[in-house]
Design a protein around this ligand. Structure first.
Ligand SMILES: [Zn+2]
Length: 461
């Protein structure tokens, strides 16, 4: 690979951009770590607040690194150093993730070393490259092949155009279905994992799937304890067999951190994505998004090249932003709705709202995330546009359940936000609430005293 172009314009300019982003984030991080608040022992809630502040800034630096890379590619305009540019970009991203990890490790007392995280980052990049390779090999290669085959046929131009318009979404679907089929393998490439063998856990997991009328998939634990990453996910297609068999992954210590009801609620949520055909619907919505985004991006590209000259950096950026902005926005909306639907279905299958709420709350705090605000790390990720824990609980819970659940949270975490929420619900819905139900559970949870305090703090209407 030829890196010499980095010393000349425009490579040198963007190399400085990378350096400024990295040094900027490192300086900001070291200042942040000097915050006297960090010297005291932190509650999980306090950790989440501090981490959100740090992650917001890091995401901005990470974005500036990406902008440098894209701008560099456009500014070169056809000069072929893409391989070297991409290698430099990957290196910068790895360095950035190490800076971020230094702070995360300190605040959350993570056991993993910088080397562990490096190997995890490299694994993830390798798997992502494979996945994109697979996608791009399936969709466009098929498309070019089909168009090439069409070119040699004696058909009219109009017919050829019509065929390529229909072909386009079909090819995207083929690409995505291939990725879905391979996804259980990709997850195993990304993270160290083990097949679940504990008979008690296995029978509980299988019972959950039977309850939903689904065939049990293969069950895996992700060995992420020392990284303090906590999650559960399903992947794969029901057509997958052998190594491609549909799989449910849970991080290893989730089984210790959650009580049985909470664990069941999480599993029921995950399998609801399967019984509601969410993966297929997400793929279809991506195709719709591309179909909307392409003409819009083409239009913007035309307008931008009239305004700024064709092939220019600004015209290219405008087109890219239109293309990805529309797609990401569209898919995020679908993902958000699906999360709510999966929660609702989990409750229908027998998860108690309290267990689901408690599990979501725990999961967020275990990952150092706030429960009422989105994690900054997910801002630009279409696949993880999960609503906040608060939004999700509010969606499945009745007003009475909200009060009962939030009383418990307010009691456990002493968070004023929960008390304010309870006060608001009572102020607005007070007379129509099923008070016998609320009082019964408040007594059961020993939060009746808190409820009386809150009630007495509401001024009479
Ligand atoms: Zn989900």
């Amino acid at each position: 690979m030829d890196f010499s172009h980095l010393l000349q314009w425009p490579g040198a300019f963007f190399a400085v951009g990378y350096a400024v982003s990295l040094v900027g984030n490192a300086v900001w991080a070291s200042n942040f770590l000097r915050d006297p608040e960090l010297a005291q022992p932190l509650t999980a809630e306090k950790q989440a607040v501090l981490l959100a502040r740090f992650r917001r800034v890091s995401v901005i630096f990470k974005t500036s690194i990406l902008i440098c890379f894209v701008a560099c590619a456009f500014a070169k305009n056809g000069r072929s150093h893409f391989g070297a540019d991409f290698a430099v970009y990957i290196l910068v991203v790895i360095l950035h993730s190490q800076i971020v990890f230094t702070v995360e490790r300190r605040i959350r007392s993570i056991e993993a070393s910088h080397r562990n995280v490096l190997s995890l980052t490299v694994r993830a990049m390798f798997a992502m490259t494979l996945m994109y390779g697979l996608y791009f090999a399936m969709a466009p290669a098929g498309g070019i092949g089909a168009l090439w085959a069409l070119a040699s046929q004696e058909i009219s131009n109009a017919a050829r155009n019509a065929i390529s318009v229909v072909l386009f979404p079909v090819l995207i679907l083929i690409g995505m279905s291939t990725v879905t089929l391979f996804s259980p393998l990709m997850v195993r490439l990304m993270m160290p994992c083990r097949k679940i063998t504990d008979p008690a856990l296995l029978s509980m997991l299988e019972a959950c799937f039977r309850k939903a009328g689904l065939a049990p998939p293969s069950f895996w634990t992700l060995e992420m304890k020392r990284h303090q990453m906590h999650n559960a996910m399903v992947s794969g297609s029901k057509w997958g067999r052998g190594p491609f068999r549909r799989a449910l992954f849970i991080t290893s210590d989730l089984t210790e951190k959650m009580n049985p009801a909470e664990l069941e609620a999480i599993i029921l949520h995950e399998l609801s994505h399967l019984s509601l055909h969410h993966i297929r619907k997400r793929m279809l919505s991506s195709v719709v998004a591309v179909c909307i985004a392409l003409p819009a991006a083409a239009l913007i590209s035309v307008i931008a090249s009239i305004a700024f000259g064709s092939g220019g950096v600004i015209a290219g950026f405008a087109t890219l932003i239109a293309l990805f902005g529309i797609q990401i926005g569209f898919v995020r909306r679908v993902v958000r709705r699906q999360e709510m639907e999966a929660d609702e279905n989990a409750v229908k299958l027998g998860a108690s709202i309290e267990a689901l709420g408690g599990a979501l709350n725990k999961l967020a705090l275990l990952n150092g995330q706030e429960t009422h605000r989105k994690d900054p790390n997910t801002w630009f990720s279409p696949g993880s546009a999960h609503p906040t824990v608060m939004e999700r609980v509010a969606f499945v819970a009745t007003a009475e359940d909200m009060i009962v659940t939030k009383l418990r949270w307010a009691d456990a975490a002493h968070r004023s936000k929960d008390v304010d929420d309870i006060r608001n619900i009572i102020a607005v819905r007070g007379p129509e609430l099923d008070w016998a139900y609320v009082n019964r559970w408040a007594l059961e949870h020993a939060t009746a005293g808190l409820l009386v305090d809150i009630q007495s703090s509401i001024p009479p209407a």
